[in-house]
Design a binder for this molecule. Structure first.
Ligand code: ADP
Ligand code: ADP
Ligand code: MG
Length: 731
């Protein structure tokens, strides 16, 4: 508490010193306004579509860009003016993009986020080419682009910064010495970093050099620069950021704050506004500091000032400024009722901010709470490793004035491993924080995505996590609530019953030669062939999300009793005479049980690498039932595995995604423990450590440093224990 008082006292003092004027519109003649009628969107995916939407609403023609892997993507198709850049990395080719903008007769370029949005050279070249860069002046981007230089500017402007070393001496010994001065734990950060990359926590001096090497290598790969800063690691922090907006007339407003503490890999997955349990005085102070930060660099347009808030002391510190529109800007749009892309265009045209600070505050008071969930193709159970692939099925919640979906994909599109794996953003608004969370949860229950693994189930578990509902957020939330968040309930018997019904209906329809085939491959059953009216048995297994847990089969016995009527027994439960039908157009199986009706979406999945490391499957499929997703596979009986010559890969560790091998941490013949690092891979510019699923002996290192591997390729093979089939069946 003393610390809180102290920081407040300090900030008062600073405020006075800087004599922050209450922002008012200045009186510049409207003739200075240069309306934009045609812009180029230098980005892809949902942000490209998002910018295009506002542009279209105001009659601004847009030119969009795409690359070869993006040729059929939604943003490429969204405008009649679309230019192919070719290779996947060409979104970074600023000179070419400027050239295209001129050829297309565009007056301005909107960079979205990522890619060129925070590149001062690009912004400068746009200006020099006579194009309006829809973003801040390049000098402001440059000042804020370096996490070290920006801290010097902020300190001078009276904005508190985290203690640390952000100088130019990069000698490892020197940096280690600085770390000791700061006292452990410390955080190493790439000065040019972003997206949570190039960052490592160092808990003790012994780890220092290893973590430094690892942070540098990731930074080099991601940003082509490995300059590091060292700062105090705050152990129970919250990430609180302020959306600021400034125009060319000296006006600057804070559009409220966002709490983005629910993170994994130092990257946000849930963002909300207002920040829960934030003392009103601190809130006002943090807004003022954010405006001071923007004014210190003569900012224009949309920007975000990120602060780290120390939960232990109540102090907050400047972390960095993102000189662009952010992924989570819709949260602010929901709580202010404003279109921030529209604001960006107004500022770029030379207009004035549409609202004063007082008007913004009034809006925020009236409009309650908003929260955003980022839907990613990634696997939370495998340390949030990104996934990619075709979206075999995608059904979004129904949008409304309080439920918004910003997506870049539709069914059939591919989440490419060349780019960020974010599929969509789901943003909801409610009169209170609790109401917004509840709405988010129910909207997530409506979200159906089959194909790549997603974080949707995980997000739902956060929505019902008591500490989250209570507003007790911090950046370590996911780690601290690990057991609660990573223990999904097993599927109820009805899920197996529905899967079995889907399978038998398919068998009947394909035997009769009619109807459409809901599943890609014909299932192999233990109970022979023929039309209905014969007892069948399906051995179903849940596909383990962690790729490690061996599946335990559940047997579903099913007997047809009349046309579309069945008796089913699963896990000791019997359902008599249920009526079931499958609608191919919606992939929905509807069944009338004695007391309930169940509708299940069933999507067949052509191949599923995680399962193959334990058992061979005839068919795998994703089911959506009762607001939850399940992944089941029809296990092949042992005799069929033999007959089909299925290779037993039980003793291999497979690449979970397309990747490059960066380091091999074990040698052939080495005895390893469960969870010991085996191989370090890189995928989507991110390093991932592949750990041993078992205690064992390394038989063969299949791939060496630099090898490119497809998903499902064996990386390391273990010495098998040579168990005979007969031994297995003894018990
Ligand atoms: P935000 O800060 O808006 O919440 P993220 O940190 O998730 O957004 O970044 C948004 C996108 O921009 C991601 O694709 C991320 O990888 C990319 N990105 C962010 N900062 C940088 C940077 N400095 N260099 C390259 N890409 C970046
Ligand atoms: P990026 O440019 O990748 O967004 P940031 O500097 O904004 O990098 O930091 C990203 C995240 O890392 C923050 O949201 C926070 O969770 C964590 N973080 C950053 N600095 C610290 C710190 N000094 N102590 C604890 N956590 C930090
Ligand atoms: Mg950041």
């Amino acid at each position: 508490m003393r610390a809180i008082q102290k920081s407040r006292h300090l900030s008062r003092h600073i405020l006075k010193a800087h004599a922050f004027p209450h922002v008012r519109y200045s009186s510049v003649a409207t003739s200075t306004i240069k309306p934009l009628t045609s812009i180029l969107i230098a980005n892809r995916g949902e942000i490209a579509l998002r910018v295009g939407r506002t542009a279209a609403e105001y009659g601004i023609r847009t030119t969009t860009l795409y690359t070869d892997p993006d040729a059929r993507s939604q943003h490429a198709l969204s405008s009649p003016y679309a230019v192919n850049l070719g290779e996947p990395s060409a979104y970074l080719d600023g000179d070419r993009i400027i050239q295209i903008a001129k050829e297309q007769g565009c007056q301005g370029i909107h960079p979205g986020y990522g890619f060129l949005s925070e590149n001062p050279t690009f912004a400068r070249k746009c200006t020099e080419a006579g194009l309006t860069f829809i973003g801040p002046p390049w000098q402001a981007i440059e000042s804020m682009g370096s996490k070290s230089e920006s801290k010097n500017i902020m300190t001078a402007a009276g904005v508190p910064c985290i203690p640390g070393y952000h100088g130019s001496n990069q000698d490892p010994e020197y940096l280690k010495n600085e770390a000791a001065k700061i006292s452990y734990p410390v955080l190493l950060k790439a000065v040019k970093g972003g997206g949570g990359k190039g960052m490592r926590i160092v808990n003790s001096p012994e780890e220092f050099f290893d973590q430094l090497a690892s942070a540098k290598s990731e930074a080099r790969n991601s940003f082509g620069d490995e300059v590091m800063l060292v700062e105090k690691y705050i152990t129970t922090p919250r990430h609180i950021e302020v959306q600021v907006f400034a125009d060319k007339h000296g006006n600057c407003v804070a559009l409220g704050e966002r709490d983005c503490s629910i993170q994994r890999r130092h990257q946000k997955i849930l963002e909300e506004s207002p920040a829960p349990h934030l003392n009103e005085e601190i809130r006002q102070d943090i807004w003022e500091k954010a405006r001071a930060a923007a004014l210190a660099v003569k900012y224009e347009g949309a920007g975000t000032v990120e602060f780290i808030f120390d939960n232990d002391t109540g102090e907050f510190f400047f972390m960095e400024m993102n000189t662009r529109l952010q992924v989570e800007h819709p949260v602010t749009e929901m709580v202010t009722g404003e279109d921030l892309v529209r604001w960006q265009l107004i500022v770029a045209e030379g207009g004035r901010l549409p609202l004063t600070q007082d008007e913004v505050e009034q809006r925020i008071k009236e409009r309650g709470a908003a929260i955003e969930a980022r839907i990613y193709a990634e696997n939370p159970d495998m340390n949030f490793i990104p996934d990619s692939g075709i979206l075999l099925h995608l059904r979004s919640p129904k949008p409304s004035s309080t439920v918004r979906i910003d997506a870049g994909f539709v069914t059939g599109d591919e989440v490419s491993s060349h780019y960020d794996p974010m599929i969509a953003k789901l943003i909801v608004q409610g009169p209170t924080r609790k109401a917004a969370i509840q709405k988010l949860h129910s909207a997530l229950e409506e979200y159906e995505v089959a194909g790549p693994t997603t974080n949707i189930e995980f997000l739902k578990r956060i929505c019902v996590s008591p500490d989250f509902i209570a507003g007790n957020v911090e950046t370590g939330y996911i780690q601290k609530h690990h057991s609660e968040l990573f223990t999904p309930e097993p599927p109820p018997p009805e899920v197996y019953a529905q899967a079995a019904l889907g399978l038998i209906l398919q068998e009947i329809s394909s035997f009769q030669g009619g109807g459409s085939d809901p599943f890609a491959t014909p299932p192999v059953t233990a109970a022979g062939f023929g039309t209905g009216y014969q007892l069948r048995e399906y051995n179903l297994v849940e596909v383990a999300a962690d790729g490690k847990t061996p599946p335990i089969p559940t047997t579903a016995q099913i007997l047809q009793t009349a046309p579309s009527k069945f008796n089913i027994t699963v896990a000791g439960q019997t359902y008599q005479n249920v009526a079931s039908s499958f609608t191919p157009s919606t992939s929905t199986l509807t069944t009338f049980y004695p007391h309930t009706r169940l509708s299940t979406t069933i999507i067949p999945i052509p191949s599923s690498p995680p399962l193959t490391s334990f058992a061979a499957a005839a068919t795998t499929f994703t089911l959506f039932q009762g607001g939850r997703q399940y992944r089941l596979a029809l296990a092949l009986p042992k005799w069929a595995e033999k007959a089909l010559g299925v290779k037993d890969e039980t003793n291999s560790v497979l690449a979970p995604m397309p990747c490059k091998v960066l380091r091999v941490e074990v040698r052939e013949g080495e005895v390893v423990k469960r969870d010991q690092p085996l191989v370090v891979i890189e995928s989507m510019k991110m390093e991932t450590v592949i750990r041993s699923p078992v205690d064992g002996v390394v038989g063969r290192v299949v791939h060496g440093v630099g090898d490119l591997c497809k998903a499902g390729t064996a990386l390391v093979e273990f010495v098998s224990e040579e168990k005979e089939e007969g031994n297995d069946e003894k018990s």
